[in-house]
Design a protein around this ligand. Structure first.
Ligand code: PGA
Length: 258
């Protein structure tokens, strides 16, 4: 049984005061299931605050991006060592917005994953097809290529420590989520691809769903056997809906065990 994770990707939202208030709002919920991982990903300037505020709690902190090079002349970038030095536990990599607006390639994302793992930070690796690729029925092939190009060559022991997030690009921020069937089919595909790197990987790596996931559709999505929680954008910007998603992930996991 893979422990589900609900991770909030705050993107370029929230200033310092708002970020602190959102964390406090999540921490104020005392009835959250203990068998669900909880992660928030504020913008870089607030990571130090977030790590301090969540210290000693179950809420963990992710960065939204990182540069693979240890240090150097890369104006505006942040290194893995910098994230490590502030106590960040996770880092989102390969988000479709990074691929689309900043031309990130799978090869670059692969280097980030290697650097993060070496530092003991868990990468949340995002993959997913664009609308035209889904319409052309190339979605399985596209995700297979992304997984191959970013993960090939990594030792099995390292790959066991990653988190994968399937985020169909057409579902991100559009209000149009994948159906439970579409999500399950792709998650099962990703699990098979992971198994190709070593049998143990497929049974340990959480695969999160992302793309317009919210309390109204989360039960259906999280109930899919190969969906282990979600990477949440819009619905993670509010403590009430984020904590509700955590409760739903806990309920679904307990129902599956029973
Ligand atoms: P969304 O974003 O939940 O707002 O669709 C998800 C993501 O981009 O991680």
């Amino acid at each position: 049984m893979i422990r589900p994770i609900v991770a909030g990707n705050w993107k370029m939202h929230k200033d310092r005061v708002e970020a602190a208030a959102l964390i406090d709002g999540i921490l104020a919920a005392t009835d959250l299931p203990t068998d669900v991982g909880m992660v928030v990903a504020p913008a870089h300037p607030f990571l130090v605050d977030a790590v301090q505020r969540t210290n000693g709690t179950r809420l963990q902190v992710a960065a939204q991006n990182v540069h693979a090079t240890p240090q150097g002349a890369f104006t505006g970038e942040v290194s893995v060592g910098m994230l490590k030095s502030v106590g960040v536990q996770y880092c989102i990599v390969g988000h479709s917005e990074r691929r689309q607006y900043f031309n990130e390639t799978d090869a670059e994302v692969g280097k980030k994953i290697v650097a993060l793992l070496a530092a003991g930070i868990t990468p949340i690796y995002c993959c997913g097809e664009r609308k035209e690729e889904r319409l052309a029925e190339r979605h399985f092939e596209v995700v297979a290529a992304q997984m191959h190009d970013a993960l090939t060559g990594m030792p099995e022991a390292d790959l066991r420590r990653i988190v994968v997030a399937y985020e169909p690009v057409w579902a991100i921020g559009t209000g149009l989520n994948a159906t439970a069937q579409q999500a399950q089919d792709m998650h099962a595909h990703i699990r098979t691809l992971l198994a190709g790197h070593g049998e143990g990987i497929a049974t340990t790596v959480p695969i999160l769903y992302g793309g317009s996931c919210k309390p109204e559709n989360a039960t259906e999505l999280f109930t899919c056997p190969d969906v282990n929680g979600g990477l949440i954008g819009g619905a993670a910007l509010d403590a009430k809906s984020f904590t509700e998603l955590v409760r739903i992930a806990g309920k679904v996991a307990r129902r599956t065990v029973a």
